[in-house]
Design a protein around this ligand. Structure first.
Ligand code: SAH
Ligand code: DHB
Ligand code: MG
Length: 223
């Protein structure tokens, strides 16, 4: 089925995510710099942009930048004066992302912060950068439960939290999985379900990156 999923993504993208020199250039520069091709797909990037537009997000937080591909999609949803902060542990990835974001004409909207996200997240609250209207979680999976707790802390009523890679080719259903990524995602989903201030859905996805899924979490309660 993988080849069919890829072909359908390609067909969908001819209408809704046509090739674009900034986005294509970001992927080319990322590959040339040796970054892994684990960015969201174009189809998914367009969905992220659309979600930010539906939410009318003026402030966006991303956890896990890589080469800035998803960052560019999300930042394009911002209105004039909007801001996106993206957190990246690896300075090399951050440098590639900074360059890609600049070439996309988005430097004025986007700040890349280098460091382990659990170290850089506390500063956002302390600096008064929170609350965010949309938060995209896409960094190391074993830390997803802690990222969820931080995301809720940095939210207001109406914030949309989106998390990537929560189905993992179906591996997520195995409670005995030895994979720390699977265990991280399972604890993440359990924590969401136990949090009364949010309501959530998980949607399974197929496409050019295979079979995976997004968690969509709406903050409904007061913080
Ligand atoms: N959102 C990107 C893909 C992110 S891949 C896109 O779709 O285009 C995950 C990224 O998270 C990698 O760049 C990795 O270096 C970063 N990362 C992993 N652990 C991290 C941590 N503890 N803190 C911050 N970033 C981390
Ligand atoms: C992988 C994919 C992702 O979307 C991600 O955020 C991290 C890793 C992977 O395929 O390894
Ligand atoms: Mg991902």
């Amino acid at each position: 089925m993988q080849e069919k999923w890829k072909e359908v993504d390609r067909y969908i993208n001819t209408f809704f995510a046509p090739s674009d020199s900034s986005l294509d250039g970001a992927l080319q520069a990322s590959e040339a710099a040796g970054l892994p091709a684990i960015n969201v797909t174009a189809t998914q990037g367009k969905l992220l942009m659309l979600l930010a537009q539906i939410r009318q997000a003026r402030s966006i937080l991303e956890i896990g930048t890589l080469g800035g591909y998803s960052t560019i999609w999300l930042a394009r949803a911002l209105p004039p004066g909007g801001r996106l902060i993206t957190l990246e542990m690896d300075p090399k990835n951050a440098a590639v992302a900074e360059s890609n974001i600049a070439l996309a004409g988005l430097s004025g909207f986007v700040e890349v912060r280098i460091g382990r996200a659990l170290d850089t997240l506390p500063a956002l609250a302390a600096e008064g950068r929170a609350p965010f209207d949309l938060i995209f979680i896409d960094a190391d999976k074993p830390t997803y439960p802690e990222y969820f707790t931080w995301a809720v802390r940095l939210s207001h009523r109406g914030t949309l939290i989106v998390a990537d890679n929560v189905v993992r080719n179906g591996a997520v259903i195995d409670p005995a999985s030895p994979d720390p990524n699977v265990q991280g995602v399972r604890r993440f989903l359990e924590r969401i379900a136990a949090e009364p201030r949010v309501t959530a859905a998980v949607i399974q996805t197929v496409g050019s990156k295979g079979y995976d899924g997004f968690a969509l979490i709406l903050v409904t309660g007061d913080q």
